[in-house]
Design a protein around this ligand. Structure first.
Ligand SMILES: [Zn+2]
Length: 210
């Protein structure tokens, strides 16, 4: 069943590892110095390194269902530890929270968590999205598609708000050593929307060529 993955690894060895050996050996020798903490959804269609064309060492990644950041007083130790390590130890200058359209986790929160009662962990986790779902219902009066899109965006903003409750994050923000970025990946169009703080809305990402 995993045969194709192992043959994929063989291709990685021959096509990437051999090609980039100087870069990868330097990275292994010198340690990581990522430029961003990326918090995104576990959804298999939203691959952070692919959608940002990032190399190894670039992104310190946390992925969970619906890119949730529980507040510090509600903290999940796995998410909390990754945030503290990235911000306080690695001292990343950027934090990105990236949601995506058609997110199953956000949709589950909109549909009502009672349906998940048989799955304790899933029920508990998706319940973290309920405040964002409630906000979306207050803002968006359109159809289900528009409501989900809005809830995905509100969920990114809610996670960003919760990030500020972590002392390590608050300290880095106060010292002007950390910038926040809210993104939503449109999986149909393959495009990012980014949160514009001035306009207070998500807008299509400006494409900056390298
Ligand atoms: Zn998702």
């Amino acid at each position: 069943m995993t045969k194709h993955l192992l043959s994929g690894h063989a291709r990685f060895r021959s096509e990437y590892f051999e090609h980039e050996s100087d870069f990868l050996q330097a990275l292994a020798r010198d340690g990581q110095n990522p430029s961003a903490l990326y918090i995104g959804c576990s959804d298999s269609r939203v691959v952070p390194e692919l959608l940002t064309t990032s190399r190894p060492g670039e992104l310190f990644v946390v992925r969970n269902i619906a890119n949730v950041v529980p507040s510090f007083d509600h903290a999940d130790a796995s998410v909390g530890a990754a945030i503290e390590y990235a911000v306080a130890v690695l001292k990343v200058p950027h934090v990105i929270v990236c949601g995506h359209d058609k997110c199953g986790g956000v949709k589950a929160a909109l549909d009502g968590v009672d349906k998940l009662a048989a799955h304790k962990s899933l029920h508990e986790w998706v319940s973290e999205i309920l405040p964002a779902a409630t906000r979306a219902r207050e803002i968006e009066k359109g159809d289900d598609k528009a409501l989900l899109r809005c809830a995905v965006e509100e969920n990114v903003l809610y996670s960003m708000e919760n990030l500020t409750t972590y002392p390590a994050v608050a300290a880095a923000l106060a010292a002007h050593k950390l910038e926040f970025h809210g993104w939503v990946f449109d999986i149909d169009a393959g495009k990012l929307r980014v949160y514009d703080v001035t306009a207070q809305e998500f807008v299509e990402a400006a494409v900056v060529a390298h």
